[in-house]
Each structure stands twice: as structure tokens, then as C-alpha cells.
Ligand binder design. Structure first.
Ligand code: DP6
Length: 351
């Protein structure tokens, strides 16, 4: 059997300026631009391998060892766009094998538990689209390809790049300018670190897609957010990243998380993603910053109760001293630590 293969990995990204609201549901066009920080590939990522060949009889997806359906409209839209681009290539060069007409087998695996309460759809769709684009040898840039990933899941378009990424909402009705672009590579700000505090591993109450549609329909606060607040923050946050202005980046990140959750509360009926533990974390972060009289930590929460904390490496011990003291005794807690320095500190703290 003749088969052609390609593989890729895509990292999880966490929005520091949130995407929340669609102006076109089918094309997945957002009501505001957003920014994310991509987590390091070794930490949280999806690995996807794809193959195609003339003898394959069906499109097939195996996700974390289990066969899953490829029938969703979003997935079908991605496959259709990728095959169309491949077809254009084949039309221009008759010698190319007819990949666009053959079926695909897709095997995908996350290196983090799907039940960890972390958005896996972003890395999942990004890896799927990039792996197929690689297999098809598409000449388009990553930004161009990000428009296809966007149709799978909005936030997925940002997982095509590492480091600091903006999703420019665009103005066109056909989505041709709604794409991800790099703001800065990871290496630009190597001191920035992230930790995820897993508050709950259960599935979220209200899926993002339906939640944001209800917000667009019912929230007054949302109107102000997309008209004035986010466009201003979008420019400020990009600048804070380029200039490595940590206090400004941290403040904007925390304010935008709060604004997003306030908008959820203003949705009718209201949507609650954070729980009491999440709120305790927010309070604690502000107490830590006040205690040291400097910005040690910034928090952000997506559509769930888990916290993502950003901090500078030099402040790691200051942050985790507090985190451990406050939450050490709480059962069901998992914290993701990242350095030996920290392990030593905790040991010291415990004894
Ligand atoms: C709160 O990208 O999951 O994480 O486009 O409907 O698939 P769909 O939504 P999705 O929404 C993510 C929402 C968010 C904020 C963000 O990642 O920007």
C-alpha cells in the first residue's frame, strides 16, 4: 500500500486578552481581536500525524487512542479548505499525486489529560490543520493557514505560532483578514513563566461556543467591552510585550480576565465559570503583589475555574511561598511547578 505521512505538534495557548463573541458563527469570525501566550511545547501540546494514500477508504480520526467522529461541521470545513488548496496545487502541476481526492487517517495525542480542564480544542485543531498542510505541501504562510484552523475553533488559530500571538479580528465579511500573527517569539521574553492551578478537572458547565453567543445576544456590558475596552487593550498589550513591560502586561492581563468574567455574569441567564477557589486565587494574587509592593504575579481564567498564573522567573519563590501556604492543605490540588529552585524552596518552607 502506498502511503504518504506528515506529523506536527501544536502547543496549548492561553489568552491574556480574551476572544469572546462571534460576528459570524459559520466562518468563526470574532467580535474582537485577542492575544495569547503559547505554552512551551514540552509542557502541553497535541501531537498529530496524518497519512493519505489511494487505497484508504474512509477519513478516520484516532484521538488519544480512541476512534472519534470527523463528522462535525467545523472539522469538515477545515478538511474542505485544505483539500481545495491542495487541488489548486495539483491543477498547477499535473505530476503531483492526487492527495486532494484521497482519504486521510489522522492520529492525534495530547501529552496532558483531556480531563485536566484545559482547553484542548485549540491545540487539537491547530495540529490537525498544520499536519495536513504539511502533508499537502501547501505553500501558504502560517497566518494564511491559521484562517483554516480558526474555522475549527477560534482560539486554535493562535496555536499555530509559539510565543506571543495576536488574532487580528479583521473587517472583511468573508474572513479573509481574520488571522493569527506573531507579536514576539517565545525567546523574546524568556523570563516570563506560567503555572496552571487546576481547581477542577471536570468539564465546563457552558461550552464556550454557546456561552459567547448568549453573551453577544444579552449582555450590555459586552457592547462596551468590544467597542472600546478591548481595542484599546489590544494595542497596549502588544506594546507591553514588545517592550517587556511586565507590570503593564500583568495589569492588562488581570483586568481583561476580570472584564471577560464580568461580561459572563452580565449575560442573561448569567454564566459562572469561576468558583470560590478561583476567587480565592484572585484575592491571593492581589495580596501577594501588595505584600511585596511590586507586581509579582498576574492571573487569568478562561471558560472554567482553573487559574493560569504568569510571573517572572526571578519571582518564582516569592509567588509559590504564598501559594503553598494558602493551598497546601486543600485536597484535590495540583500545581505545576517548573524549576528545581522552587522545589528547594518548598522543601525549605515545609521543614
Ligand atoms: C475563553 O476558541 O473554544 O478561551 O471558536 O467556539 O471554538 P470556539 O471557541 P473557543 O473559545 C475560547 C474562549 C476563551 C478565550 C480565548 O481563548 O481567547
Amino acid at each position: 500500500m502506498t502511503l504518504y505521512f506528515a506529523s506536527t505538534t501544536a502547543p496549548v495557548n492561553i489568552a491574556t486578552l480574551k476572544y469572546w463573541g462571534k460576528r459570524d458563527k459559520d466562518l468563526n469570525l470574532p467580535t474582537n481581536s485577542s492575544i495569547s501566550v503559547t505554552l512551551a511545547q514540552d509542557d502541553l501540546r497535541t501531537l498529530t500525524s496524518v497519512c493519505t494514500g489511494p487505497e484508504l477508504t474512509d477519513d478516520k480520526l484516532v484521538l488519544n487512542g480512541k476512534e472519534e467522529s470527523l463528522a462535525s461541521e467545523r472539522t469538515q470545513n477545515c478538511l474542505k479548505d485544505l483539500r481545495q488548496l491542495r487541488k489548486e496545487l495539483e491543477n498547477s502541476d499535473a505530476k503531483l499525486p492526487k492527495f486532494s481526492e484521497w482519504k486521510l487517517t489522522i492520529v492525534s495525542e495530547n501529552n496532558f489529560p483531556t480531563a485536566a480542564g484545559l482547553a484542548s480544542s485549540a491545540a487539537g485543531f491547530a495540529a490537525l490543520v498544520v499536519a495536513i498542510a504539511k502533508l499537502y505541501q501547501l505553500p501558504q504562510s502560517l497566518s494564511e493557514i491559521s484562517k483554516i484552523a480558526r474555522k475549527g475553533s477560534g482560539s486554535a488559530c493562535r496555536s499555530l505560532f509559539g510565543g506571543y500571538v495576536a488574532w487580528e479580528m479583521g473587517n472583511e465579511t468573508d474572513g479573509s483578514d481574520s488571522k493569527a500573527v506573531e507579536v514576539a517569539p517565545m525567546a523574546h521574553w524568556p523570563d516570563m513563566k506560567a503555572a496552571i492551578l487546576v481547581v477542577s478537572a471536570s468539564k465546563k458547565d457552558t461550552p464556550s461556543t454557546s456561552g459567547m453567543q448568549l453573551t453577544v445576544k444579552t449582555s450590555d456590558l459586552f457592547k462596551e467591552r468590544v467597542r472600546d475596552v478591548v481595542p484599546r487593550r489590544f494595542e497596549e498589550m502588544k506594546k507591553s510585550i514588545r517592550e517587556k513591560n511586565w507590570p503593564l502586561f500583568a495589569e492588562l492581563t488581570m483586568k481583561d480576565s476580570n472584564s471577560f468574567h464580568a461580561t459572563c455574569l452580565d449575560t442573561f441567564p448569567p454564566i459562572f465559570y469561576m468558583n470560590d477557589t478561583s476567587k480565592k486565587i484572585i484575592k491571593l494574587c492581589h495580596q501577594i503583589n501588595a505584600f511585596y509592593n511590586e507586581t509579582v504575579v498576574a492571573y487569568t481564567f478562561d471558560a472554567g475555574p482553573n487559574a493560569v498564573l504568569y510571573y517572572l522567573k526571578e519571582n518564582e519563590h516569592k509567588l509559590f511561598a504564598f501559594i503553598y501556604r494558602t493551598f497546601n492543605k486543600v485536597s484535590g490540588w495540583e500545581t505545576k511547578f517548573s524549576s528545581d529552585e522552587l522545589a528547594q524552596f518548598i522543601k525549605h518552607f515545609d521543614t
